[in-house]
Ligand binder design. Structure first.
Ligand SMILES: Cc1cc2nc3c(=O)[nH]c(=O)nc-3n(C[C@H](O)[C@H](O)[C@H](O)COP(=O)(O)OP(=O)(O)OC[C@H]3O[C@@H](n4cnc5c(N)ncnc54)[C@H](O)[C@@H]3O)c2cc1C
Length: 497
């Protein structure tokens, strides 16, 4: 009864894509999720008629064409479909020195906005973004599977030799190196830093070029598409597809230990003492949670200690989930905004502000006449640690007040139009997303060579794999879907499928 081919710890997008891919191949798979619903950072919660996305809301990978549309592909693989709503503008930036511009789905229209601000850099701007397209076109020409599987590598090399050689060239590069080749204006370079920071949470010098190629081009290719019914629907639909194919998923199932016998992962133990066994164990928890909490220190591989020297935990977020009167948004038609008043605060605690207003695309997520504003800003657990309950509550209210005051510049009347508000801190992210210190994921601890040091899915412990944002190629729903495809591919081959 308790024996499976594969067990997946966690039902984040990385875990679910792995599990559905395995189930689609006929592999007997069990997913164990600590929380009450699937999705992890791509989950949702409901309050007073509002359906809030907990995290992700700017969704890549939902296009119809090419090979990089991995969310579309993951759903197709288990014969389920979702309706999506195209977003004509990826981000509306509100930056220092009145730099106010939109990233339109239409590539030329976006470039034109940048040319208007930096006419002397027209040539450099075009060359920089065109080089990002080059990376995207390489990726988008081939099937994306496990780079740890030699037969796949040989096949894909013979099918697409130029794309493979191109990607090998870009793998060790960071965005800053390419941007400075073409662009001199310091303010424009700051803008490129922000273009990276808003999804990699590090500036261009630390952001791998492969990821930038994906993000900076897919937004104009497949575009940004919002799932009807909210982001949580993606995980729910995948979980439904998994069960239809005979896969199992248990909620409220907290894994407390990965059982290791003779240095081989053989099973897991839950907090209630139940044990499940499988030929392959896959952890969708972060690497810190996996190797520092689920495995005893004697079995912690040296490779993980080295990884932790190269990568540190990014900060978490202070989040406000607000329900507001529709009047507040009367003059702001765009769904996603990034706000920063002073370039020096780009990476500061509670510096850059992210805003998402999904009800502009799907009004069904809020009561009639109201909208959702989800805003968040990077914040570290240190800022919220060891506070007595009253001080913690006061600090939350003060931080929320400061954030709303800053947002009033873009959304006048916000405070007066508030109908509902929930404040989340890094402690909330830690508790509900089950991520150490609530971290958004790994970021380079020092300047690294692009994605070269990011591990794939196998680990130094036999039959134990990792999937999700602490594996290649990193954070973001489409990125962890990539990790899920490659993990399932590697596991299936190892199981003889
Ligand atoms: C505020 C915020 C905004 C974001 N915005 C975007 C965006 O706009 N676009 C985008 O593409 N990405 C965005 N992201 C990033 C994206 O959401 C994540 O990179 C991605 O969802 C991570 O997926 P994952 O599968 O790696 O892990 P997770 O989503 O963390 O899932 C891991 C799962 O494992 C479970 N788990 C952990 N430990 C155990 C255990 N011991 N036992 C059982 N279950 C366990 C957890 O409960 C969780 O469900 C955002 C993230 C945040 C936090």
């Amino acid at each position: 009864m308790n024996q499976y081919d594969a067990i997946v710890i966690g039902s984040g997008m990385g875990g679910l894509v792995t599990a559905t891919q395995l189930a689609a191949k006929g592999i007997k798979v069990l997913v164990l999720e600590r929380y009450i619903i699937p999705g992890g950072s791509a989950g949702y919660f409901e309050r007073e008629g509002y359906r809030f996305d907990v995290g992700a809301s700017m969704i890549f990978g939902f296009g119809e064409e090419g090979t990089t549309n991995l969310l579309t592909r993951a759903l197709d693989a288990v014969n389920v479909k979702m309706e999506t709503i195209p977003d004509p503008v990826q981000i509306h930036y509100h930056l220092p020195n009145k730099l106010d511009l939109r990233v339109h789905k239409d590539y030329e229209k976006f470039l034109q906005e940048l040319y208007n601000y930096f006419p002397e850099e027209k040539d450099g701007i075009k060359k920089f973004y065109d080089e990002c397209w080059q990376v995207f076109n390489y990726l988008n020409s081939m099937e994306l599977l496990s780079l740890e599987e030699i037969r796949y590598l040989i096949r894909v090399f013979f099918q697409h030799p130029l794309s493979c050689l191109g990607l090998v060239k870009y793998l060790p590069l960071n965005v800053g190196d390419i941007a400075r080749k073409y662009i001199k204006n310091p303010e424009l370079l700051k803008f490129i830093d922000m273009e990276c920071y808003c999804w990699s949470v590090v500036p261009a010098d630390l952001t791998p070029m492969i990821n930038a190629g994906m993000v900076f081009s897919d937004r104009h290719y497949g575009g940004i598409n919002y799932p009807k019914g909210g982001v949580g629907k993606i995980a729910e639909t995948l979980a439904e597809g998994l069960e239809k194919l005979g896969g199992e998923i248990q909620y409220g199932a907290r894994v407390t230990e990965i059982i290791i016998k003779n240095y081989v992962a053989v099973g897991v133990r839950l907090s209630n003492g139940t044990e499940y066994y499988a030929d392959r164990i896959i952890s969708n928890a972060t690497r810190w949670d996996t190797f520092d909490k689920l495995i005893d220190n004697d079995h912690k591989p040296k490779t993980e200690k080295k990884w932790q020297k190269n990568y540190k935990q990014s900060p978490s977020f202070l989040s406000l989930h607000m329900g507001v009167d529709a009047q507040v948004l009367a003059h702001q038609p765009d769904c996603h905004h990034i706000i920063l008043e002073n370039w020096d605060d780009l990476e500061a605690e509670q510096g850059t502000i992210f805003v998402s207003i999904p009800t502009l695309l799907d009004p069904s997520l809020a009561p009639e006449g109201n909208h959702i504003i989800h805003t968040f800003t990077p914040s570290s657990i240190e800022y919220w640690k060891s506070l007595p309950p009253e001080t913690y509550e006061r600090k939350k209210e003060e931080a929320a007040g400061r954030l709303i005051e800053r947002l009033e510049a873009i959304f006048p009347g916000l405070e007066a139009g508030l109908d509902y508000m929930e404040i989340g801190t890094p402690r909330t992210h830690r508790r509900f997303l089950n991520r150490m210190n609530g971290t958004y994921g790994p970021i380079p601890a020092h300047r690294l060579h692009g994605l070269l040091s990011m591990p794939f899915n196998r680990t130094a412990i036999k039959n134990l794999y990792c999937v999700g944002d602490s594996t290649f190629p990193g954070q973001g729903l489409n990125a962890v879907a990539f990790s899920g495809f490659s993990c399932a591919h590697r596991v299936a081959v190892d199981l003889g499928y």
